[in-house]
Design a protein around this ligand. Structure first.
Ligand code: ADP
Ligand code: MG
Length: 277
């Protein structure tokens, strides 16, 4: 059925927060790179029409033949849209501006919330038939709780929420959690919260540590121990079409994403628990 738990790899994680500029794309690119660096096979699925994850991973617009739009709207198989990146073990399904029309184009489509879910299920069968594997698909969601994000959550096993360490960090989060609940209630009953990751943390700024404390008080152990620091190298890397780990492996931002990847993999080894939103 549509809500039967899915066995086997890849684990699909939707990186979501309807606020823009909180570090979704940065986390998709660099967590994926760090997971690949510790030996996992990873795919980033760019589901934002802005295509920043695609650019940041070095796929120029002219090289985006098949995109996430084709997967969603034209039922193009994921394996046909997949392109390699400079990172061994990391592939990307790029996006382009076409994707901004997908919501309208799918508005009358039957089962429009399940488009991506079906594509991922087919991809799992493709991998199984080829006896090849993939460990993680990280979906970079747009800054909105629209049909694209609902498709991501319906296809996903879990949701990873980046929160920027700023005054309004928690604002809008109840709306996000309500959406997770709605998807779980109606479209994907096994959806869980993977975790909350604090981004752009500035330890010289009292506000950052206060926000971090508030978020931990609210979300408890669902907040990753690893905090991503504000680091100029992280923001410079995309303009070179590189994840920060390839741009400057030693910088604090790279090191934090490696720790986050390790923490996420450790978390996978814990027995599954039903986590309420
Ligand atoms: P979103 O995808 O949620 O809109 P982005 O990942 O694009 O957010 O990040 C927004 C901006 O903040 C980008 O310019 C990005 O380079 C910058 N940024 C993200 N994380 C960091 C960080 N840890 N240190 C410095 N700049 C960051
Ligand atoms: Mg983004």
């Amino acid at each position: 059925s549509d809500t039967a738990p899915r066995a086997g790899a890849p684990k699909v994680i939707a990186i979501a927060n309807q606020k823009g500029g909180v570090g979704k794309t940065t986390t998709a690119i660099n967590l994926a790179t760090a997971l690949a660096a510790i030996g996992k096979r990873v795919i980033v699925l760019d589901l934002d029409p802005q295509g920043n994850a695609s650019t940041g991973l070095g796929v120029p617009r002219t090289e985006r033949k098949a995109t996430s739009y084709d997967v969603l709207v034209n039922e193009r198989p994921i394996e046909e849209a997949l392109v390699d990146t400079a990172v061994p073990g990391l592939g990307i399904i790029p996006s382009d501006v076409d994707l901004s029309g997908a919501e309208l184009e799918l508005s009358a489509a039957p089962r429009r919330s399940y488009r991506l879910r079906h594509a991922v299920d087919k991809f799992r069968r493709f991998l199984g038939a080829r006896a090849t594997h993939c460990d993680y698909i990280l979906i970079d969601c747009p800054p909105s709780l629209n049909l694209l994000t609902v498709n991501a959550m319906t296809a996903a096993d879990s949701v990873l929420v980046p929160l920027q360490c700023e005054f309004f960090a928690l604002e809008g989060l109840s709306q996000l959690m309500r959406t997770v609940d709605l998807v779980r209630g109606n479209l994907n009953k096994s959806l869980t919260i993977q975790g909350v990751v604090l981004t752009m943390y500035d330890r010289r700024n009292n506000l950052s540590s206060q926000v971090a404390a508030d978020v931990r008080a609210h979300f408890g152990d669902r907040v990753y121990e690893t905090v991503i620091p504000r680091n100029v190298r992280v923001s410079e890397a995309p303009s070179f079409g590189k994840p920060v780990l390839l741009y400057d492996l030693a910088c604090p931002g790279s090191q934090a994403y490696v720790r986050l990847a390790r923490e996420l993999v450790r978390q996978e080894r814990r027995p599954a628990e039903a986590v309420p939103a």
